[in-house]
Design a protein around this ligand. Structure first.
Ligand code: DGJ
Length: 461
């Protein structure tokens, strides 16, 4: 009997011990899984440099995220496309991995980093909604205004094409003195209730850009207007007396009768001439037309560039008397390789000089760091366009939830060598540098760009 009692006791202990072991295994597994997740994301955040030289090459080493066992076999493009991939959080990190947060009172001028891929909050603590956007610097108020697509609505699939879309809500405007802390100024051009209006919510309003006309003292907005199947292919123009609107929609049109999809406008600060640049011929070529003196009409001359190249998302800037354009390929919301083109005059001839992306890793470089360009802004404090320092603004689109698309701002540099008497560079190199985090420089000492104090709007522009 005594031995039966002992066996029963031992049996009970065995059951208890098995239970404890099972619980421990579960806990350890969870801990290990968490460790793997954190370690893979730590790798993404490395190196944690305090000040990142803008034109240093920074590599990105990715450890396999949870559930992906062999790093060599990971195809990042495949993981980006697969919306249920455990790697999605690498591309769209949650706020746990840091935000650009101007409401954080511990943030001072020396810690105002740009954090590509991270959530960017406005001064009220809401995620910024200014996709496909562009920036205007208003000299009178020494303020930057960022205009972009307000996409804070549900993402649905368009019935006929299956393309991800958000109903038109309008164009958002944000203001800032330092390009880092942005105040929401409201929706400055809203959708229209009439079903026949270009801006009805069932349509498409993309890539708004605003330029200021000194002659008329008006702010002029150009944008891509379309129907949900992208077959209308037109541009819209709107006007306002103030940078913060409200803007009045004037008309939508096909420039000189040509179809027009992704577009931008470029104002040449040297002579005040402005241009509309738009993907045309079903995206097979890029067209460039000068705008009228009041920037409200498209002039009757169209230059066809990049013929047969299938490029979109044009972003134009000027350095050393030469015009540069960054474009993407055409693959819907999915990223692809950027190219830079250059020309002596906006009206051509445009030559292609190659992929500007530097650093990170091969797949990131071949996919514009998994983003698509929207605008190039002269870097304040770095001598603006004169020194060849710019900010490349891009969108990392999230077609599963377009409102959660991220802003990828990265430093862009231009280095060029001119022939002795030539206007056009003998060679030029445009580079967009990958950085996990970086700050815009206030000064340079001629050789090295560095950050010593915060820059303010208008510094050294
Ligand atoms: C790529 C364009 O650049 C975006 O602005 C948007 O039109 C998407 N295509 C839609 O698929």
């Amino acid at each position: 009997m005594a031995s039966w009692a002992r066996i029963r006791l031992l049996w009970r202990w065995a059951v208890v011990l098995c239970g404890v072991a099972a619980l421990l295994t579960i806990q350890l597994n969870a801990l290990f899984a968490e460790y793997k997740k954190v370690s893979s994301l730590m790798a993404l955040q490395s190196p944690l440099l305090s000040i990142q030289e803008l034109d240093q090459v920074e590599y990105l080493t990715l450890l396999p995220p949870l559930g992906l066992k062999h790093p060599q076999t990971i195809n990042l493009n495949h993981e980006f496309l697969n919306q249920s991939s455990p790697a999605r959080s690498l591309f769209f990190p949650s706020s746990w991995y840091g935000t650009l947060d101007p409401t954080n009172t511990n943030t001072n001028a020396t810690t105002r980093f740009f954090l590509p891929e991270k959530i960017w909050l406005d001064t009220a603590g809401n995620p910024i909604q200014a996709h496909g956007g562009g920036i205007l610097f208003d000299h009178k108020s020494a303020t930057y205004f960022w205009y972009g697509e307000y996409k804070n609505g549900n993402t649905n699939l368009a019935e006929s094409t299956g393309t991800a879309r958000v109903d038109v809500i309008g164009v958002a405007c944000y203001s800032s003195k330092d390009l880092w802390a942005w105040k929401f100024e409201g929706i400055v051009l809203a959708s229209h209730p009439s079903a026949t209006h270009d801006l009805h919510k069932s349509n498409v309003l993309e890539r708004p850009k605003v330029i200021y006309n000194e002659k008329t003292n008006k702010f002029v907005m150009w944008m891509h207007v379309d129907d949900a199947t992208y077959s209308k292919a037109a541009v819209g123009v709107a006007i306002s007396d103030h940078p913060t609107g409200p803007f009045t929609y004037v008309r939508g049109t096909r420039p000189n009768g040509f179809d027009s999809r992704d577009m931008t406008v470029f104002k040449d600060e040297d002579d005040g001439a402005a241009y509309l640049i738009y993907a045309s011929a079903r995206n097979k070529e890029m067209h460039i037309s000068r705008l009228s003196d009041d920037y409200m009409e498209v002039e009757n001359v169209t230059v066809r560039a990049l013929i047969g190249m299938h490029r979109e998302a044009p972003a134009v800037f000027k350095h050393g008397g030469v015009y540069y354009m960054v474009t993407s390929g055409c693959s819907g919301w999915l990223p692809n390789e950027a190219l830079v083109h250059e020309a002596e005059s906006m009206l051509g001839t445009w030559e292609t000089i190659g992929n500007p992306c530097v650093g990170a890793n091969k797949e990131y470089r071949a996919a514009t760091f998994f983003s698509q360009g929207s605008f190039v802004l002269p870097m304040p404090g770095g001598g603006g366009g004169d020194r060849g320092l710019f900010i490349f603004m891009a969108d990392r689109w999230n077609p599963a939830n377009l409102r959660d698309s991220r802003y990828m701002w990265l430093p862009l540099t231009v280095k060029a060598k001119f022939e002795r008497y030539g206007q056009f560079p003998l060679w030029s190199k445009v580079a967009i540098f990958w950085h996990e985090r970086w700050r815009a420089p206030i000064k340079d000492n001629g050789e090295t760009y560095y950050v010593s104090k915060p820059f303010m709007a208008g510094d050294d522009l």
